[in-house]
Ligand binder design. Structure first.
Ligand code: FAD
Length: 458
């Protein structure tokens, strides 16, 4: 039988980071020829130090490796079952780190680079892609990461629109709704306003009295913070989205007249307006996650947990994601991308990795894996449905391509709050601890079915 899968020429993958390396690998394993473009070492980024593929720019940890109790551990396992290059290289170079998957960063990146170089269907081309790819390249995956070169970023921005590509993230902590104490907190929109799609009770409100407010401001001011890197602080486009602790430092009443203003709200416990309020807004279509409005922060992670648990109603809060502000190039993916990671207005361009609005090494590689497989299926002339949202890969994909609110989209890491809840069943153990293994077992069973579909497609 004639093999015509490469008649349309190679697929071009731009960016040899975590996502681009994985996407190129998945394409090659499906028999598709790839040109992988990487601008280093000719053109460095502010964070990378070597010319290797899949260089880890900071921590050497892929976080928890516990597939049955942790969503990122589950994502590891799903990726292993999908033949991931990044997970294979990580497993080959893992270091002792308790329940986490930590790697020898040099050995890891060398392994990825060596395996890609040894794959006959992949050609590595060094050099910056300094604008939109030429039309003759046909299908392209853009996986240029949080530090996409300015020329390419500007071209993407010109194609997708002014407010479609961000250069900084401003991440407020996200809380699992089930961990909020509704003995203290209540649902209400300011002045009971019904806004578009709302019902007048869209926000979760946590009340603070005067003493609690003063103690909270003190804790914010005293909390241990991370600093902006010099090259982050000098980046243009940072529009002064102020961290909550910086607002607090401007005056003791600043927050009470800003994100913590209590106007238009009545605490059902007292029948009165509280002294100050912390509001949480729904963050995903499943309504399992809520973010703390206006609380982007540079407080260190442990400090965030300690300080934000001072808020009445959040004493037992479980955080799906903690806050931060970083230099980070990312698309408004829920608005721009279809379910197969293609740009709706230019379907020959797919995106992968951190630029799609996921956060983290593993998540970036996971989205690279999917982008590679989707494009491989397209080249093979087959239909490949996205992985079901009950899997870690599918939950993350569903969030960035539709589940997240495009009006407030900020990068997301994988967590169980993105998964559709298990249906209640009489006799099944309740509670968060019992739910995680059940969600994980369902994910792995559903992934097996999806992989079977892939095997038939490929
Ligand atoms: C300073 C910093 C620290 C971070 N720390 C962590 C951490 O500790 N843990 C964690 O999980 N995540 C961390 N992240 C997030 C991390 O970048 C991502 O998790 C991950 O590297 C993203 O993978 P990616 O493939 O999307 O991008 P990258 O791994 O950055 O790969 C993108 C590649 O594209 C190349 N490129 C860019 N523009 C062009 C162009 N125009 N032409 C050709 N090539 C181009 C770059 O050189 C790079 O090799 C950090 C990010 C930054 C910026």
């Amino acid at each position: 039988m004639q093999d015509n899968r490469n008649d349309a020429g190679p697929v071009h993958v731009v960016g040899g980071g975590l996502a681009g390396s994985e996407a190129a690998w998945q394409l090659a394993k499906a028999g598709i020829a790839v040109v992988l473009h990487e601008m280093r070492p000719q053109r460095p980024t502010e964070a990378h130090k070597t010319d290797r593929m899949a260089e880890l720019v900071c921590s050497n940890s892929f976080r928890s490796d516990d597939a049955m109790n942790n969503a990122v551990g589950l994502l590891h396992e799903e990726m292993r079952r999908c033949g991931s290059l990044i997970l294979a290289a990580a497993d080959a170079h893992k270091l002792p780190a308790g329940g986490a998957l930590a790697v020898d960063r040099d050995g890891f990146a060398e392994e990825v680079t060596r395996r890609l170089a040894g794959e006959p269907l992949i050609r590595l081309e060094r050099g910056e892609v300094a604008g939109l790819p030429p039309a003759e390249w046909g299908s392209v995956i853009l996986a240029t990461g949080p530090l996409t070169s300015p020329a390419l970023a500007e071209a993407i921005r010109a194609l997708t629109g002014e407010d479609s590509l961000a250069f900084f993230d401003a991440i407020a902590p996200i809380v699992h709704r089930e961990s909020i104490d509704f003995g203290r907190a209540w649902f209400q929109s300011r002045y009971d306003k019904k806004g578009p799609g709302g019902d007048g009770a869209d926000y979760i409100n946590c009340p603070l009295d005067a003493a609690q407010y003063e103690a909270f401001v003190d804790a914010l001011l005293a909390g241990d913070k991370t600093e902006f890197k010099e090259w982050e602080a000098s980046t243009p486009y940072f529009d002064g989205c102020l961290p909550v602790e910086v607002m607090a430092a401007r005056g003791r009443e600043t927050l009470r007249f800003g994100p913590m203003k209590p106007v238009g709200l009545t605490d059902p416990a007292t029948g009165r307006r509280p002294h100050a309020v912390v509001q949480l807004r729904q963050d995903n279509a499943l309504a399992t996650l809520f973010n703390i409005v206006g609380f982007q922060t540079k407080l260190k992670y442990a400090e965030q947990v300690r300080v934000f648990r001072m808020i009445p109603g959040l004493e037992q809060a479980e955080f799906a994601r903690l806050g931060g502000l970083h230099r980070n190039t990312f698309l408004n993916s829920p608005r721009l991308l279809d379910r197969r990671l293609r740009l709706k207005v230019a379907q020959h361009l797919s995106f992968a990795g951190q630029i799609t609005g996921v956060e983290g090494y593993v998540e970036s590689a996971g989205i690279g894996l999917l982008a590679g497989r989707f494009l491989a299926a397209e080249r093979l002339g087959r239909e490949l449905a996205p992985p079901p949202p009950t899997t870690a890969l599918g939950a993350l994909l569903a969030h960035i391509t539709g589940g997240a609110d495009d009006r407030h989209f900020q990068p997301m890491n994988v967590n169980f709050g993105l998964f559709p809840p298990m249906p209640e069943q009489p006799g099944r153990r309740k509670g968060r601890l019992a739910r995680k293994p059940a969600l994980a077992a369902r994910a792995l069973a559903d992934l097996a079915l999806w992989l079977e579909g892939w095997r038939q497609a490929a």
